[in-house]
Design a protein around this ligand. Sequence first.
Ligand code: MG
Length: 336
Amino acid sequence: MKNDKRILLAHGSGGKLTHRLLTELVFPSFSNPILDAAEDAAICRLPGKVAFTTDSFVVQPIFFPGGDIGKLSVCGTVNDLAVMGATPRFLTAACIVEEGLEITALEKIIASMARAAVDAGVAIVGGDLKVVEKNACDRIFITTTGIGIIPQKIKISAANARPGDVILVNGFIGEHGCAVMASRQDYGLKTSITSDCASLNGLISAILAASKDVHVMRDPTRGGVATTLNEIASASGVEILVEEKSLPVPEAVRGFCELLGIDPLYIANEGKVLVFAPEKDGPEILRAMKRHPLGKHACAIGRVIAKADPQVLLQTCIGSTRILDMLTGEQLPRIC
Ligand code: MG
């Protein structure tokens, strides 16, 4: 691709340019025996119960502090597998590219997908690349699909929260959404906030080794911690209490949110997991989290108080209690 500067419609036509893009960029970047076989479908061997998930990524801008759409597309799917207790194994990636995208941008995105896959211990075993005319999409959209194996004894579900469960999070909340928003030129805001975008499967292995009784895990992405807690409250039929003073909101995120009039509890995270487990297992899980680089600022943020009509309550710093609702409408479009 030495002489090409930008993606042309012909790069997606299945002809010579597609072939060059695949042989010079995609295959060398993701190389593994299953992909290298270059068949119409990836042939994988898997033992036991399988977790299977898919997600599309349309983040704007495609490069932001702490990551890019490529890293996000791998970490996001790895995390959806990991929070179910699965060991992520194989990914496929389908890219829709706008005619005119700089080849250097595509190279950077592919390189960061490859790096994220190696870091998470997954193989990208198949994919697709289509090119659409200028203005038919915005630069690049990526859909990743992932498969993981769930060990026999693991039974994690959003429906498993029980009264007495403690709720833990592995660190600061609100960073991804704020980092992406701040990097949009139309806001004209400068901050030091970096996305928390990361694959959580290593951290989650440590959590599952620390407790055999984890009830729920879920990554608070779109809609933030408040929305995810509401999903869990509904699925389990429980009332949840969150303590405002325990919420790990970094100063920079707090300031940024105040400026824009938004609530950090509704901001997307891309490297956070909420864990529900019996209170007696809490200290051991917290210790395991803190020993991991992605859990240094882990803490408890609340608990499940009763089997009841599903709701999430926030105990504020001044001692009052209010209902934390699900996100309504779209606070931040194209955040992931
Ligand atoms: Mg998720």
